[in-house]
Design a protein around this ligand. Sequence first.
Ligand code: ATP
Ligand code: MG
Length: 179
Amino acid sequence: MRTFVALELPDTMRAEIVDLARCLAGRVTGRFVPGENYHLTLAFLGEIGEAESRDAIAAMDEVAAGRGPVRLHPTGLGTFGKPSDCTLWLGVEPVPELVVLAEELRAALADRGIAFDGKPFRPHITLARRVRLPKGELAPLAFPEPAHATRMTLFKSTLTPEGAIYKPLYRAELGGAEN
Ligand code: ATP
Ligand code: MG
C-alpha cells in the first residue's frame, strides 16, 4: 500500500483554508483538493507492507511520546512546477518544533529500516494541483490564523483518476507529557 505520515489540521484552520481555496478557485484553474484531504506531510513512505506499517507505527509512537502540539503558522502561497501547470500550496513556517518532529520521525523510520522520500522537508499544505496561474499578482487574500496540530497520522493513499483517497491507518496524539 502507498503510505505517508502527516500532521492533520485543526478544524478551524481547515475551515479557514477551505475559504482561502474558494477565493483562489475564482482566480485560477486547477484541481482543488477537498478540505477533508488537507494535511502537512512529514514523510512520504510510498509502497510498504504490513510489517513495515507496524514498524512505522512504532516509530510514530516513539517520536510522539512526550511531545506537545505543533504550531502551524501559515506564511503564504507557493508553487511547485511551472506556472502553467503547478501544484499550489500554503506554506507553513518551519519553526523548530515542526522541523525537529519531521527530523525525529525520519530518523526513527530510518532506524527501523523503513525507506522514505529523503527530499528536504518543506512544510506545506497542498491546495490544488494542475494549476494554471494567471500572469501578475493574485489579489490580496485572507490567510488562516496560526493553530496547533495535535495528531500525527499514518495515511494510506489510493490514487484514482478523480484524485487521491486518503485513509487514516493510525493516529499518534501529540498531547504532551500526560500522554
Ligand atoms: P496525486 O498524486 O494523485 O496528485 P496526492 O499527491 O494527493 O495525489 P500521493 O501522491 O499519494 O497523493 O501523496 C500523498 C502525500 O505525500 C501528498 O502530500 C504528497 O504531496 C506527498 N508526496 C507524494 N509523493 C512524494 C514524494 N516523492 N516526496 C515527498 N512527498 C510526497
Ligand atoms: Mg502525488
